[in-house]
Write a protein that binds this ligand. Structure first.
Ligand code: GTP
Length: 380
């Protein structure tokens, strides 16, 4: 079996930067301090504007192709709303999020009414869009904004029912359309509503998955170094243990601790100490194979998980780490200082003894400290 790769799980990219990269055209107004739900709703409202503009443009093109006066007129009546729609982006960008949501829905409703009044009447069933708006409203507003949701859902349902049962006559030119084109118009209204609903649902799902991944990353990452934390290390250890129980072989656990780290803090300050920890994490990670794991489990204590490895191979890996640290001094405010580490290793060949071997790797690390630091010791 291919070893698990931990690559890519060790960085904690800034959330807004991540979002902006993915939703460049949908993230107007998103800020780093927003909650996951807020971000999703802002993105949805921004996407709603794109859909409104896109739908009006596509239908206008279709109406001109068909060349019917009633349809062309109803399409033209929608232009002012389409041109006003970017105001929603502007409101979001100015952080008037509540107003932006309201405007988005109201513009969509006015747009639909204009399509009805501008020539289609209820003959094309364009008023089915009011059902779509009723369904979408609860996803745009936060739970605590339920009065707005209630008002808009009831209004949109009411509009649909009123038009469905009240009937609004179409422009006389609509009757000139042959039966086939009239049927196509009705179908295209329903299909476009369903497509928009699918797109909005997918967007919601993608945003929810992004949020979930971000929360998992936060829960499993050390905020200072961006390395996996104790929780992720435990999960990887359990996974490696059960793999070994199934397939045999062995793996190696390592524990390492910075030498005389207190001096860095005392002489250069705590901030320098923090930067030193980041530096060490970076250098160590640069020496590991894709499927090895380094985690920060305590203040200045790190652990290594080296899958599919025996002690001889592990010694080579950690010796490489030790030498890399010697060659790459930590620099702070123009001063350089070599920071070394003491490393303890323990071979695990029986999954049942994993925790005991981890303790023994820790003891081996203390032995390395007692023997003079900047060295590797192996548990018997
Ligand atoms: N800057 C910073 N310092 C930390 C952090 N966690 C632990 N420390 C410091 O790490 C130092 C550990 O000191 P000691 O336990 O005496 O160990 P040491 O000086 O590294 O000496 P040996 O381990 O015996 O080589 C203390 O000064 C802690 O304040 C952290 O997150 N940031």
């Amino acid at each position: 079996m291919k070893p698990t790769s931990f690559d890519g799980m060790t960085k904690a990219p800034h959330r807004t930067a991540q979002l902006t990269a993915r939703w460049r055209w949908l993230s107007f107004g998103v800020r780093a301090e927003d909650t996951a739900t807020q971000v999703r709703k802002i993105v949805q409202v921004n996407a709603g504007v794109w859909l409104l503009i896109g739908t009006v443009l596509i239908f206008n093109a279709l109406f001109w192709l068909i060349g019917n006066e009633a349809l062309i007129q109803s399409g033209l009546w929608q232009w002012p709303v389409m041109l006003a729609a970017p105001t929603v982006w502007w409101l979001n960008a100015r952080r008037h999020l509540h107003a932006a949501r309201w405007l988005m829905i109201l513009l969509a409703m006015v747009d639909c009414l204009l399509a009805v009044a501008g020539g289609q009447g209820t003959a094309s069933t364009v008023h089915v869009y009011f059902l779509l708006f009723a369904v979408m409203t609860p996803t745009l507003f936060a739970v605590e904004e339920w009065p707005a949701t209630l008002i808009l859902v009831v209004t949109n349902l009411g509009m649909f029912l009123a038009l469905q049962f009240g009937h609004w006559p179409a422009h006389p030119a609509f009757a000139l359309l042959d039966a086939h084109t009239q049927a196509m118009m009705i179908q295209s209204m329903v299909v476009s509503c369903v497509l928009i609903l699918i797109l909005m649902t997918m967007l919601t799902e993608i945003a929810a998955a992004d949020n979930e991944n971000r929360l998992i990353r936060l829960a499993e990452t050390d905020p200072l170094t961006g390395l996996p934390n104790r929780r992720q290390f435990r999960q990887a250890l359990e996974a490696e243990g059960s793999r070994m129980a199934r397939e045999g072989g062995s793996f190696v656990l390592g524990v390492f601790d910075l030498d005389h780290f207190k001096r860095v803090n005392d002489e250069w300050g705590h901030d320098a100490g923090d930067q030193a920890l980041v530096h060490i994490g970076h250098v160590v990670q640069g020496q590991l194979r894709a499927y090895d794991l380094v985690a920060r489990t305590g203040g200045e204590e790190f652990v290594l998980l080296l899958p599919h490895t025996d002690l001889a191979e592990a010694r080579l890996v950690v010796e490489r780490i030790r030498q890399a640290l010697e060659k790459d001094p930590f620099t702070y405010s123009g001063q350089a200082r070599v920071i070394t580490v003491s490393i303890g290793l323990a071979l695990v060949s029986d999954a049942a003894t994993m925790d005991q071997r981890l303790r023994q790797a820790d003891e081996a690390m203390y032995q390395a400290k007692h023997e003079g630091r900047n060295r590797v010791c192996c548990a018997p």
